[in-house]
Design a protein around this ligand. Sequence first.
Ligand SMILES: [Zn+2]
Length: 267
Amino acid sequence: MIPRRYAVRLAAGAAWAVAVTTVLAGPASATHDFRMPSTGDGGRRGPLAGRTIEIDAGHQLGDHNFPREIARLVPAGGFKKPCNTTGTATNGGYPEATFNWHVARLLRSRLLALGADVRMTRHSNRQDRWGPCVNVRGRDGNRIHADLKISIHGDGSYVAGAHGFHVIAPTNRRPWTHDIFRSSRRLALDTRAALRRVGLHVANYIAGGDGLDFRSDLATINLSNMPTVMVECGNMRNARDAKRMTSRSGRARYARGLAHAVRHFLG
Ligand SMILES: [Zn+2]
């Protein structure tokens, strides 16, 4: 779940950058989820050989155990936002962070099998971990010019009958996303088509009801320099969506659809 429109004007950018660098560069603490090197070993075979895909499994299972850490404000693209949020869950208590993690790993396996190099923004789903922060997720892959980024989430709407998936892409906003909004829109269209092809329905409660939403308040998208989408795979508070999202076959279907989208987008 991605909270809407939460913004504070960016005050002292430089001071913040120093603070973050110190945190990231410090000794690996038991609570913070550090990125590990990508799987890139070159020489892979397959239709996606030579391609690098960023997968962002939204939130972290332990975020709720570290309220101070995840509340800290970080740059989000001309404004500040909290480092991370806890994510939602099904009414039965299945955490969104775990759903995101499971689908991300299934997608990773599929993309590796197609020859791609895959980077994950987090490498654990644990109660004693928090983060990474949304600005770190946003910048991840920029330096290595990854080909695209898919951020995986589950929504938590209490609107009666609200169900289905939607795909979020950036608006055209200088100087943050003017360079990626067209390609991200194309990726969003491919993602929507691919998820539909595996039998999933677009959300009946978001924006124009066409399964697409264009936003400017998300750091994971705003700070990204590659085609980027965030996918709300379903409404975890809806019984039918929750049944699919808590099942192995259901999660496999999301991963299959997302792998199709990547293949189609990268031609
Ligand atoms: Zn989420």
